[in-house]
Design a binder for this molecule. Structure first.
Ligand code: ZN
Length: 360
């Protein structure tokens, strides 16, 4: 596919996005703007960069628009930055960690709200893999109340179009295969130290439901009902947060693991059942030791399993799309698989606001 047809297919107007050398470059187009299909939307995950001046922010957002970005997922909350983005015609979404929350006051005051593994170890005091992996247990009513309050207040932020859930899941019971070596692990099965949640609330609730204490089972990972229990705890939380966001007239979306089957198996996300306005699966092929063309099948699995009116935007990990050809192929695979657009993550040095703008 040549540049022009790619641009047209991606609905990216007169310029195309190209990732080269871990950076995103903007390229001047050579054709009149084709009409943008109304159902296509492209996103970017980025920071609010609240130390940038308003002019620097404006230039950054102009570059996003010119590159074909329609919606920005901001980590951090700054109503003034959101207002500047909206001036440039961009949607604004607050990208927020949901269940992975190591807030000091929560850890100190509510250590019992955190997930517990099959060995009885709490993620409040012994997080798996990395020091920040303090995951809350979605079964606790207090956790659900706390997050509903947090997202409710977030949704009230002026100039904000939506909230975006990240880390709305359990800790990885199995890591993406490309990370096994990094952590010196072989995870062909669910190892007890990474298998959550066996807290008192979850054990009691599952026992009430089935008559069985999951920790007393000889092989807990083999129990389909126990897996389903945990999918349902996350799903219930998401449905509640969706009600909160929609009640305030805001969109709600989530960054999720790349396919429905991988998401359930690795992190207990049953995201095709979530009542979201859109899902943004992180179809990061290299995390699974796959080639770029894997993205198409991954996207198709999600699109096929979702309700027909639920858009899916394929998350692309730019540091692993090292050439323009790779980037073009990734976008093409995403759209061919049924995505309504792409969402870009990482390596965006060239489109940071700034004094380096001369190079663009
Ligand atoms: Zn629990």
């Amino acid at each position: 596919m040549n540049r022009r047809s790619f641009v047209q297919k991606a609905g990216m107007a007169t310029v195309g996005l190209a990732a080269t050398g871990n950076t995103l470059h903007l390229r001047a187009g050579d054709s009149p703007a084709p009409p943008t299909p109304p159902t296509t939307k492209n996103w970017i995950w980025t920071g609010v960069q609240d130390r940038a001046t308003p002019d620097e922010q404006r230039r950054r957002f102009e570059r996003f628009r010119t590159a074909g970005i329609d919606a920005v997922l901001f980590s951090g909350v700054d109503a003034q930055v959101f207002a500047l983005a909206k001036e440039q015609g961009l949607e604004t979404h607050a990208w927020t960690w949901t269940l992975c929350r190591g807030d000091r006051d929560l850890l100190e005051q509510h250590p019992d709200w955190y997930v517990v593994n099959r060995l009885g170890e709490s993620a409040a005091t012994k997080p798996p893999y990395v020091g920040y992996y303090h995951f809350l247990c979605p079964s606790h009513e207090e956790v659900s109340d706390h997050l509903a309050d947090l997202f409710g207040r977030l949704a009230d932020t002026p100039h904000l179009d939506g909230v975006h859930l990240d880390y709305v899941r359990y800790p990885d019971v199995i890591l993406p295969v490309a990370l096994w070596k990094k952590y010196n692990l072989v995870q062909n099965e669910e190892l007890p130290q990474f298998d959550f949640c066996y807290c008192d609330v979850c054990r009691a609730a599952f026992k009430q439901q089935t008559g069985v204490d999951p920790r007393e089972q000889s092989d807990p990972p083999a129990d389909a009902a126990w897996r389903q229990y945990r999918y349902d705890t996350v799903t219930r939380l998401v449905q509640r947060l969706a009600e909160v966001a929609h009640g305030k007239g805001k969109q709600i979306t989530a960054a999720v693991f790349p396919t429905p089957s991988i998401a359930r198996r690795l992190v207990r996300q049953d995201w095709t059942r979530w009542n979201l306005d859109a899902v943004l699966p992180m179809t990061y092929h290299r995390f699974y030791n796959e080639e770029v063309d894997w993205i198409e099948g991954a996207v198709r699995e999600g699109v096929t399993a979702l309700p027909a009116d639920r858009p899916l935007y394929a998350g692309l990990f730019l540091p692993d799309l090292k050439t323009e050809e790779d980037f073009d192929q990734a976008v093409r695979c995403a759209l061919t698989g049924g995505a309504k657009g792409v969402s870009l993550f990482g390596g965006l040095r060239d489109i940071k606001p700034a004094r380096q703008s001369a190079g663009i």
